[in-house]
Design a binder for this molecule. Sequence first.
Ligand SMILES: NC(=O)c1ccc[n+]([C@@H]2O[C@H](COP(=O)([O-])OP(=O)(O)OC[C@H]3O[C@@H](n4cnc5c(N)ncnc54)[C@H](O)[C@@H]3O)[C@@H](O)[C@H]2O)c1
Length: 340
Amino acid sequence: MKKILVTGGLGFIGSHTVVELQNAGFEVVIIDDLSNSSLEVLKGIEDITNKKPEFENLDLKDKSKVITFFRTHHDISGVIHFAASKAVGESVEKPLLYYENNLNTLIYILKEVSGLETSNFIFSSSCTVYGQADEMPITEKAPVKPAESPYGNTKQIGEEIIRDTCKVMPHMNAIALRYFNPIGAHPSAKIGELPIGVPQNLVPYITQTAAGLRDCLSVFGDDYPTPDGTCIRDYIHVVDLAKAHVVALQRLLERKNNSNYETFNIGTGVGSSVLEVIKSFEKVSGQSLNYKMAPRRAGDVIEAFAHTNKANTVLGWKAQSTLDEAMQSAWDWEKHIRNL
Ligand SMILES: NC(=O)c1ccc[n+]([C@@H]2O[C@H](COP(=O)([O-])OP(=O)(O)OC[C@H]3O[C@@H](n4cnc5c(N)ncnc54)[C@H](O)[C@@H]3O)[C@@H](O)[C@H]2O)c1
């Protein structure tokens, strides 16, 4: 049984990926400092898979602890690196915190991973690297645009650090997965997204409004050049996204990769407007949502949805869930954590 290190494995995407890894027969060790997660998540993972992953409460900014971890875990076959800070607005306020947490941790881990005999590394990147792309859907060949925020910049620089490392270390094998907009929760409603404070993303804001935690959802901008005037994004079910990591890892373990550094868009290929997401929520929940139109928000791009051809044909992965299924799972999760 191959052992995989999942950093940030108690977070939103990490926890769903740990479930899929364990379901696929991998042994998992999680590193997380609980800065944006809770130990409860371990219990949820165990309930779903009947297996408790190994867990280390460790801050990856502590270089000596990272070194010690790898010294005591010689048998790691692959690393999936989720751990990072991810709030775009906060990154504008606290850029150094973001550069330190997102880049130092990456460098410390890469140093250790590159010292392993076989090194297989998967990085959480984002469609934010494309900014407002010139053409829809967005292919992996679309140019990387200047980042709109320090957070976005950490993803661009992170990709460059990995690419440069792979260039001089042929035994290193890495894949950067550029996620579009992950939403939803595990269908069991035992794990899901746990935003701290006011959610920055649309779907948790919708479900919290419906659950009575927020008064009203503000739709930022209804005068964009889109069919209904609201922004368009590619919403991907988090379980589909988690499965993409297992497929990417298997690609590296089986040496099916075409080069030792690859990038893939991970999205559905379907763009949905904010109003379409609200309608989907109202349909699956059977209730109407309290929302109002508000001015545009700085930094929002008009539309972003993925060209999925490379992921479908080269990686061999395709999103399966519909927007309605993802919204249903997000609502089931919200109801579960609010005891509704
Ligand atoms: N959620 C999204 O919309 C989205 C989109 C694109 C990319 N990403 C990227 O995917 C990754 C996972 O995102 P998520 O939504 O699951 O976020 P999350 O905050 O739920 O998970 C990140 C986890 O990393 C942990 N962590 C942070 N800093 C750490 C450190 N120094 N040491 C150890 N653990 C640390 C946190 O406690 C948390 O559990 C991140 O790299 C994020 O930037 C997320």
